[in-house]
Design a protein around this ligand. Structure first.
Ligand SMILES: [Zn+2]
Length: 77
């Protein structure tokens, strides 16, 4: 496996939906290749950051109500 092949398979790898023999191939490449180690690490981090953002966008109802109230007050002034 080379870096380009790995790049194409990285989302399957991070989703954990790879076939066993592909997985072995891929992991041995990552082990030997610093560039791909960094790429996998960066991609993994990006995914977890975007997951965190997704959670913080669901605002609790009380906060939502207060926010609307505050905004309405501001508009009135
Ligand atoms: Zn590589």
């Amino acid at each position: 496996m080379d870096c380009l092949e790995l790049l194409e398979l990285i989302s399957d790898y991070l989703d954990g939906v790879m076939e066993e023999d592909m997985l072995v191939d891929l992991e041995s490449h990552i082990h030997a290749c610093r560039k791909c180690q960094i790429m996998v690490e960066t991609t993994r981090r990006t995914i977890s950051i975007s997951k965190n953002c997704f959670y913080t966008t669901s605002i609790p109802k009380a906060v939502h109500t207060r926010l609307h109230y505050t905004l309405r007050m501001k508009i009135k002034k």
